[in-house]
Design a protein around this ligand. Structure first.
Ligand SMILES: [Fe+2]
Length: 256
C-alpha cells in the first residue's frame, strides 16, 4: 500500500515534455527489483485483478523484465486516451496534483525501491506508479473519471471548500484501494492493492469489510496508510464510479 495523491513538485501548469527527461541509468540490481516485483504480482493478478486492468496491462507492455522508460509507457497510454505521464521527484502538493489530473497528466516517479523494501514503501516509486496507476489511464471511463477528479480538486482548492478534505479519502478508497463487482465476483482495480503483494490477497479475503460505493460514506471514513486496509468500497462498474462521483461533486459544489 502507498500514500495517496503522490509525486513531486512542478511550479506551474506547464509541465515538461517527458521525452526531454533523461532516463536514469538503472543498474542490474534495480532491474532485478523490478523483475522480482512484477514476477510475484503477476502470479497473483489472474482471478483477482479486474479484466479491464489486465487488458490495459497488456496494452501498455508493463509486464517486462527491465524497468521501462516512462516516455514509452506514456506514449502507449496517450494513444488510447490522451493521458500522459509527467516525471516527478516525489510527493506533489495537492493543488499541483489536481491540476495535473485535470490536464490528463499523471505524475510518476522514475526511481525504484530498495530490494529490502519489496513488501512496503511509504512513498511511491516507479513500480507503484506504473504498474499500479498507469494501466487504467488507458480505459476511457476511468480516464474520464480521473480527469473529473482533478477538476473537482482544482475547484475545491481554489475556493478553499471544506469538501477538498474529502477528496483524499475518495482518492484512497477508489483510485488506490477500489474493488469492482463483476459477473465472476469481486475484482481489484485500485493501484495500491494491485502493486502490493500483501494487499491483493487480503483485500478479497473475509477479513475486510466491503461496502457498496458511497461517496458520502467515503467522505466520512478515515484511512490508515500504515496497515493493511480493512475497509474497502466496491463499485458496480467504471460507469457507476464516474456517475457517482459526478453526483457527489455537484452536491459538494465541486462541479464546474
Ligand atoms: Fe498511488
Amino acid at each position: 500500500m502507498l500514500a495517496a495523491p503522490a509525486a513531486a513538485r512542478t511550479s506551474s501548469t506547464c509541465w515538461p515534455d517527458i521525452h526531454g527527461v533523461p532516463v536514469p541509468a538503472y543498474d542490474e540490481a534495480e532491474h532485478a527489483v523490478w523483475r522480482a516485483l512484477i514476477g510475484r504480482q503477476r502470479a497473483l493478478w489472474p482471478g483477482r485483478a479486474c479484466d479491464e486492468y489486465l487488458q490495459a496491462l497488456a496494452d501498455t507492455g508493463l509486464v517486462c523484465e527491465r524497468i521501462p522508460r516512462l516516455a514509452d509507457i506514456s506514449d502507449r497510454i496517450s494513444s488510447h486516451t490522451g493521458w500522459q505521464l509527467v516525471r516527478v521527484d516525489g510527493i506533489v502538493p495537492d493543488d499541483e496534483f489536481f491540476a495535473m489530473l485535470a490536464a490528463r497528466r499523471f505524475p510518476s516517479t522514475d526511481f525504484i525501491r530498495d530490494a529490502a523494501d519489496l513488501d512496503y514503501t511509504p512513498a511511491p516509486d516507479i513500480f507503484h506508479d506504473l504498474v499500479g496507476h498507469a494501466p487504467l489511464l488507458t480505459h476511457p471511463r476511468f480516464a474520464a473519471f480521473f480527469q473529473r477528479f482533478g477538476e473537482a480538486g482544482v475547484r475545491a482548492h481554489k475556493l478553499e471548500l471544506p469538501a477538498r478534505h474529502a477528496l483524499a479519502r475518495l482518492y484512497w478508497y477508489t483510485v488506490e484501494f477500489g474493488l469492482i463487482c463483476t459477473g465472476e465476483g469481486l475484482r481489484i482495480y485500485g493501484a495500491g492493492i494491485l502493486s502490493s503483494h500483501q494487499e491483493v490477497g487480503y483485500s478479497l479475503s473475509a477479513a475486510t469489510h466491503k461496502h457498496a460505493f458511497d461517496p458520502d460514506l467515503i467522505a466520512r471514513t478515515d484511512y490508515d496508510v500504515w496497515h493493511l486496509q480493512d475497509e474497502l468500497f466496491v463499485i458496480d462498474s467504471f460507469d457507476a464510479l464516474e456517475a457517482g462521483f459526478a453526483r457527489w461533486t455537484e452536491q459538494a459544489g465541486l462541479s464546474g
